[in-house]
Write a protein that binds this ligand. Structure first.
Ligand code: ADP
Ligand code: MG
Length: 667
């Protein structure tokens, strides 16, 4: 079904939806709510739930025009209530006296009476309290409209249901029921069941993708027993035990005749990058080429810049290939890569492009492994006959899961941080102390340090009420109104152009703009040792693991660092969650506590954040689902597995490739 068959959805609105990534019915139905709200219909519930919205039938008795607003006085079930409209004088004509209307909005107590400010006239009439979805929407599209489209879409779309029963039977209910429940749960407790069904589907899709892109077993490249002593000696620090141990394991694999497939796991700041560089040195000094795949351009550039001084004393040259590498320069680099010159190649997914041919690729390093799609990884691997793979991740995943997630990988772990690191002092700050906290940020920056301020959103929320999470736009407004004044700042987020991003990063690194306002784009890998403070606005919106990653952006030198979590929520639960970070610095421990605190069915309200591209599947709690699926696939023959290849679409960039690959493998 086409989107334009939905009522009230014309060309203009279709374009608006396209702007947030909705271009067909499936996109629409999987645009899930960011939160839900109760709409009450009984004023008697106000005492108990003063923060909920209310839909009330109100009899309007009189109206007064005040200088700044329009005031209607009426009764809801004989209780007097004031309705105030700011900037909506036209309401004087549309709302008549001695008639009843259904108003919907929050209720406030003002002196001795109740009031509603700028309520809407309810279009979805209900006679009992309902739990309604709230979506992230472009301006000009209301919640009411969007809910109507979703309802209509679910009705008409129900015929398309994929059969997942070969993978997990019918234990999680049907797909369309899960979709319906995600949008319109009757109560919060319904959500967990629906989430489980969608999580199970994701497990199937991912595991199929993994099998379909699996490289055939081929003999590996035996690297030389390269002497790394000098390279290690010239480092400005001593390698930690974990780093040395990992390096030993990697070297052993690289010397062997089977391809290496190893995951290097280590908490943020544990120093994985230098281990990767040394592994790359083994490759290039043995006469081959090594590639380092980073998830973002900012990160690729940063690693490349670190690599240059590292490799200067060797004959190894470093090159950088990203989406914004100039055509001519790129052509030159491509030629050298193709000729098999001993290079350490750094880049983003631009490295995967078909017209980049490696003459002598022997090692692929993927940084922040979980950020890449299954097929992106296998694509780079396929650029050499049987390359060694070193995948790196800071996500604490239990060992058993790591193994099935990444296929048959071996695991190296760096358990401890470099010596001399001081624990990052972490503080929890409520809105009242916020201004003072920014004073602290300025003082810290005036010592020559740098500070990050992270917001969950870029733009102001549509509702722009108090409960809206902080955005970069809103924060910039506050800075203009003197939130802080003595230091200059710059901004970095994913919607900026690549060259703007990179100049913002440069200004921050050089200290020209010592404060960086950003979204979670800085979450992975950014390494600016001068940074000693990180502020996270609306910290309650993030998962603990994510906050831990963010905190890892500071504390990268021997200077004392600070993390300030600004919590705008008064909920006990939110505060308890934030406390975990105040009390612990250990990624594994934090992940475990996060799981325990969130419990089941409590996953919503957090900003969704797709590790491994999962929206619903949570590796920490869905191990059983994962295993169920794994067992079903394990007993299927190849032909049967391949018949399901379209299920894996979401995790494959290029289905055609898979089909071709299958074709040549079945021959
Ligand atoms: P991550 O594991 O999060 O990727 P990085 O590789 O970015 O961590 O390292 C974090 C910082 O620690 C870098 O500035 C790096 O130069 C430094 N570093 C790495 N190893 C050591 C060590 N053994 N001793 C001191 N500092 C180190
Ligand atoms: Mg890193």
């Amino acid at each position: 079904m086409k989107l334009n068959r939905l009522s009230g959805l014309g060309q203009k609105r279709i374009e608006k939806l396209a702007g947030i990534g909705i271009s067909n019915m499936a996109d629409l139905l999987t645009h899930f709510p960011t939160r839900y709200e109760w709409v009450e219909t009984d004023l008697g519930n106000y005492q108990e739930n003063p923060k909920n919205s209310f839909q009330l039938e109100i009899f309007i008795e009189s109206v007064q025009q005040k200088p700044k607003y329009l005031l209607f006085i009426g009764y809801a079930d004989r209780v007097p209530i004031h309705i105030l409209f700011f900037h909506q004088n036209y309401r004087k004509q549309s709302i008549r006296l001695n008639q009843s209307y259904r108003f919907q909005g929050k209720i406030q107590r003002w002196q001795n009476s109740l009031q509603m400010v700028n309520p809407i006239l309810a279009k979805e009439i209900t006679d009992k309290r309902v739990f309604l979805p709230v979506y992230r929407l472009p301006s000009g599209i209301t919640q009411t409209m969007f809910r109507r489209w979703i309802r209509q879409g679910i009705e008409e779309e129900s015929v398309f249901e994929r059969d997942y029963s070969p993978f997990f039977g019918d234990q999680f209910g049907s797909h369309i029921e899960a979709i319906r429940t995600m949008h319109f749960p009757e109560a919060p407790s319904d959500l967990e069941g629906a989430r489980k069904r969608l999580a199970a589907e994701e497990a199937v899709q991912y595991q199929l993708a993994q099998i379909l892109t699996k490289q055939p077993n081929r003999p590996g490249i035996p690297h030389g027993d390269v002497d790394l002593t000098l390279l290690i000696k010239q480092l400005p620090f001593q390698l930690t035990e974990g780093q040395l141990q990992s390096l030993t394991e990697i070297r052993k694999d690289m010397l062997a005749t089977r391809p290496m497939y190893r995951l290097l796991q280590g908490d943020v700041g544990s120093g994985k990058t230098v281990v990767a560089f040394l592994s790359m040195a083994i490759s290039v000094l043995s006469g081959f080429q090594a590639a380092y795949l980073a998830p973002t351009e900012v990160l690729a550039k940063q690693v490349y810049e670190k690599a240059i001084p590292f490799f200067t004393q060797t004959a190894i040259s470093c090159v950088l290939v990203t989406g914004s590498t100039k055509k001519k320069e790129r052509a030159g680099i491509a030629e050298r890569i193709k000729a098999g010159e001993g290079l350490a190649v750094f880049g983003t997914h631009a490295l995967l492009s078909d017209n980049l041919e490696f003459g002598q690729l022997s090692l692929v390093v993927t940084d922040e492994q979980h950020r890449f799609g299954v097929s992106q990884r296998s694509k780079l691997q396929s650029k050499g006959p049987a390359v060694d793979v070193l995948a790196m991740s800071a996500t604490p995943i239990p060992r058993t899961l790591a193994l099935t997630l990444f296929g048959e990988m071996s695991l190296s772990v760096i358990r401890s941080l470099p010596a001399g690191r001081k624990p990052i002092r972490t503080y929890l700050v409520g809105p009242q102390k916020r201004k003072d906290a920014y004073g602290f940020l300025e003082r810290e920056v005036e010592k020559g340090h740098r500070g990050f301020v992270v917001c969950p959103h870029i733009e102001l929320g549509e509702e722009s009420d108090e409960s809206d999470p902080m955005s970069i736009e809103k924060l910039e407004g506050e800075i203009r109104h003197s939130l802080f004044t003595r230091t200059s700042h710059t901004t970095l987020h994913g919607r900026m152009k690549k060259d703007e991003q990179s100049s913002a990063m440069d200004a921050f690194k050089s200290g020209k703009a010592p404060v960086l306002l950003s979204t979670t784009v800085i979450e992975v890998g950014i390494d600016v040792p001068e940074a000693t403070v990180i502020f996270v606005e609306s910290a309650e919106r993030f998962g603990l693991a994510q906050l831990h990653q963010l905190r890892g952006r500071v504390g990268r030198s021997d200077r004392q660092s600070y993390c300030v979590l600004i919590c705008h929520s008064k909920s006990e639960k939110a505060i308890e969650r934030m406390r975990v970070l105040v009390e612990s610095q250990d990624g594994f421990e934090i992940a475990e506590k996060d799981l325990r605190l969130r419990g089941q069915g409590n996953l919503f309200g957090l900003e969704q954040h797709g590790s491994f591209g999962f929206t619903h599947l949570d590796l920490a709690i869905d191990q059983e689902i994962w295993e169920t699926v794994r067992r079903s696939i394990a007993v299927m023959d190849q032909q049967k597995i391949h018949s399901f290849y379209s299920y894996a679409r979401r995790y494959l960039d290029n289905l055609k490739e898979v089909r071709e690959y299958n074709a040549c493998n079945s021959r």
